[in-house]
Ligand binder design. Structure first.
Ligand code: RTP
Ligand code: MG
Length: 140
């Protein structure tokens, strides 16, 4: 099967605890390859734009505050069935529900400070990659 791409964010709770390498290792061990990566401080406008689909959800304001509370690492991941492979290794949104061996079970602090984001479809992955990266920043 051909390799596909997905988009990942290592969230502020993880960068604060110096877990960028540890989280990336779990992504790599799941068969994903980092083909682009950068550490950024998101602006409020950027975070609101990125999470626009959640604008009406009760947790939107807190989520945006959290996502700009420190640096994040945005990454493009490549691999077989990348969206699903990434979602599988991330685990459930709430770490209390996440399976053993997943990133969120291992590292997440709470349903909000849950260490990673991963695109939930190939269409969203393409849009999220475009939101943060130019084509010349992706090196397969
Ligand atoms: P993500 O988009 O970050 O990969 O996570 P997800 O699909 O598992 O979760 P989603 O429902 O899309 O929610 C996006 C992020 O919002 C925060 N959240 N807080 N306080 C709450 O009840 C709550 N619910 C979700 C989490 O940081 C979640 O990853
Ligand atoms: Mg989501």
């Amino acid at each position: 099967m051909a390799a596909t791409r997905t988009f990942s964010i290592i969230k502020p709770d993880a960068t604060r605890r110096n877990l960028t390498g540890a989280v990336t290792k779990m992504l790599e061990d799941a068969g994903l390859r980092v083909v682009a990566s950068k550490r950024i401080q998101m602006s409020r406008e950027q975070a609101e734009g990125f999470y626009d689909v959640h604008r009406e959800r009760p947790f939107f304001g807190e989520l945006v505050d959290f996502m700009i509370s420190g640096p994040v690492v945005v990454q493009v991941l490549e691999g077989e069935n990348a969206v699903k492979a990434n979602r599988d290794v991330m685990g459930a949104t709430n770490p209390a529900d996440a399976d053993e061996g997943t990133i969120r079970k291992t590292y997440a602090e709470s349903i909000e400070a849950n260490s990673v984001h991963g695109s939930d479809s190939e269409e969203n992955a393409a849009n999220e990659i475009k939101f943060f990266f130019n084509d010349d920043e992706l090196v397969g």
